[in-house]
Design a protein around this ligand. Sequence first.
Ligand SMILES: *Cc1c(COP(=O)(O)O)cnc(C)c1O
Length: 378
Amino acid sequence: MLDISKVKTPCYVCEEELLENNLKILDYVQKKSGAKILLALKGFAMWSTFDLVGKYLAGTSASGLHEARLGREEMNREVHTYSPAFIEEEIEEIARLSDHIIFNSPNQVKRFLKKVKDANPAISCGLRVNPEQSTAPVDLYNPCAPYSRLGTTLKNFDPDIIEELDGLHFHALCEQNVDALEGVLEAFENKFGEYITGLKWVNFGGGHHITRSDYDVKRLIEVILNFKRRYNDITVYLEPGEAVGWQTGPLVASVLDIVHNGIDIAILDVSAEAHMPDTLAMPYRAEVRGAGKAEEKKYTYRLAGNTCLAGDIMGDYSFDEPLKIGDKVVFEDQIHYTMVKSTTFNGVKHPSIAIWTKDNELKVVREFGYEDFKSRLS
Ligand SMILES: *Cc1c(COP(=O)(O)O)cnc(C)c1O
């Protein structure tokens, strides 16, 4: 169990045991279904854990040159790279780094296929399609919302290029259970089913919340097995990001000051805007260890960040005891979609990154300072 008193704030702490528990669930799906599971680096790219992740998962899914290189350098298992639009100057290096490359449009296939195969003759090429069916909760996270640029719709699909390709890819889910996948899969097969026979693989994308406690893992295995049966034992890939880092550790903060203006406001040494951006963008309310909703417990505070952005606010929370300067505040589940999106906005100190090992030791793997702020500006 993570000992919060050992953590110097601000700090993201990934708990190795919790991460490994997620990886074991994902590996169980791989073993029972025959599907291969990749880590989508967009959601979780804490590469100090990749030796562990690579013991269980088949590789990484990247969205361009930098993620592909990270996957190759730090995990060195399969690297699958998709980008909404590849860049001419990068495409050959991406091809050399990748086992699979997935294009977003027939146009990109025509432009880059030969270059890619010349650079890496062993590469497997595919096209992302848009099944135009999604129940993703918010449009910001819905790759199949009207006018989406992500994936080729049936209307824009060019059957001639399928001859040149090994696979199809779709990504239509966000934090969803297997029933949502079944709906998308049905739409995908209705639209593109006739092109699947003859392919080597289909990639079901991410957004599968497989490690969440209420996820129907058994049904997912059945859905994959049935799909493989329909298409001559075709290889199925899944590429979850969030499900890998899901509930694997907190962001630990401290109270810097308490001010009063109609309500009590605790200013912390972390920022919602810079360090927990999805709480503002998604938006959602992060759980705080030991705290309740406003007024639920005796002492209510607005928890707020240390930048000068007025809206840098985590929300109103209540506690059993009054907060004091120096008290720790623990935001739960801040490992996925945090470090990958955080910024040095306003020059505030970026939280350190640490691993709480299975031997109950705190291993600080990265600390940040002035140079990190300065070096990305000029
Ligand atoms: C974001 C993304 C993923 C991962 O999604 P999660 O919601 O983190 O599981 C997988 N594939 C593609 C193409 C993505 O854009």
